[in-house]
Design a protein around this ligand. Structure first.
Ligand SMILES: Cc1cc2nc3c(=O)[nH]c(=O)nc-3n(C[C@H](O)[C@H](O)[C@H](O)COP(=O)(O)O)c2cc1C
Ligand code: SF4
Ligand code: SF4
Length: 278
């Protein structure tokens, strides 16, 4: 029987955290069980091994990167032991598309040993932009998250572990369909793998927060203007620097962003909820 609900998330710019915690708290409240949060955004937070068991229900969320789960982080997702816990995969994407992101997270959770009682795709403000999915998840999204929590809790209250089953979600099954191809406005493919954020030293006060928050531990703690590790463009340092000192100036990155904003700011995409087939 479920006696604890966990919100588990990788969330550099906090949109996934918002969605996942709303769902998980909502389920815990309705089941009248305890609740906790596990943040696995930074390397320090990913040091331990996560082990769940049959008493747990875990809502696990991560952002979609190039139509998949973040490829340098998902190996960690595969080390988690589900142990028969109930699970809910949640993919959060920036109003373009989630492509194979949700199906991949579903598969990872099943392989980890979770029994799935639902799955969802939600929209969060795009990491690269303030207008693409701007301000999301918003009130409407969080209302849907509450409704989703209510439905899952009802199913678990009614059927216990029998609420779990195969959850069909959109996407190309394993080995998936490959990564989305980023292009610039002239449809030339862009490669932003080597791009790193710049630092406006007239704004930066050396507080060190960006180095602490970096999803890859890539920023030098002794000189935060230096990226010494691999940058995955997670946006934590840019969007969460209290002084707005970090920015990207790479022309290919900016051209790709302009195209994304032009093509995908509207229409607004809505959350999608999935439940086991019965
Ligand atoms: C490298 C990278 C690739 C991304 N690729 C996609 C994508 O393929 N489709 C999409 O709609 N959003 C994409 N996004 C946007 C994020 O999925 C979205 O903004 C998400 O809400 C970020 O979650 P977070 O706030 O928890 O970090 C991408 C973001 C990054 C950093
Ligand atoms: S978080 Fe911002 S102000 Fe603080 S060290 Fe990093 S760039 Fe500088
Ligand atoms: S340096 Fe790159 S990986 Fe690190 S927080 Fe900034 S955008 Fe994310």
């Amino acid at each position: 029987m479920t006696n604890h609900v966990t919100a588990l998330y990788f969330s550099p710019t906090l949109t996934t955290k918002k969605v996942v915690t709303t769902i998980a708290k909502g389920i815990a409240e309705r089941l009248h069980v305890s609740y906790s949060e596990v943040d696995i955004t930074t390397p320090a937070q990913r040091e331990g091994k996560l082990v769940f068991d049959e008493g747990d229900l875990v809502v696990f969320g991560a952002p979609v990167y190039i139509g998949r789960m973040p490829n340098l982080i998902s190996p960690y997702f595969k080390t988690i032991t589900g142990g028969g816990a109930l699970g809910v995969p949640v993919a959060v994407y920036g109003n373009r598309a989630y492509d194979d992101g949700l199906i991949e997270l579903r598969d990872i959770m099943e392989e980890d040993g979770f029994r799935l009682v639902g799955a969802a795709a939600f929209v969060g403000e795009h990491t690269f932009s303030r207008i693409l999915g701007g301000g999301r998840p918003d009130g409407e999204d969080l209302d849907v998250a509450e409704r989703f929590a209510c439905e899952i809790a009802q199913k678990v209250l009614l059927s216990g572990v029998d609420a779990a089953g195969r959850v069909e979600v959109p996407g190309t099954p394993y080995p998936y369909s490959g990564f989305y191809k980023a292009t610039d406005k002239s449809k030339k493919s862009v490669d932003i793998r080597k791009v790193v954020p710049q630092t406006d030293l007239t704004k930066c006060d050396g507080c060190g927060l960006c180095a602490k928050m970096c999803a890859m531990g890539a920023i030098d703690f002794t000189d935060c203007s230096q990226v010494v590790g691999k940058c995955i463009k997670c946006g934590a340092c840019i969007k969460r620097c209290p002084r707005g000192a970090k920015y990207f100036d790479d022309p290919q990155y900016l051209s790709h962003l302009a195209l994304l904003e032009e093509k995908f700011t509207s229409p607004r995409r809505e959350p999608e909820l999935f439940f086991p087939l019965k």
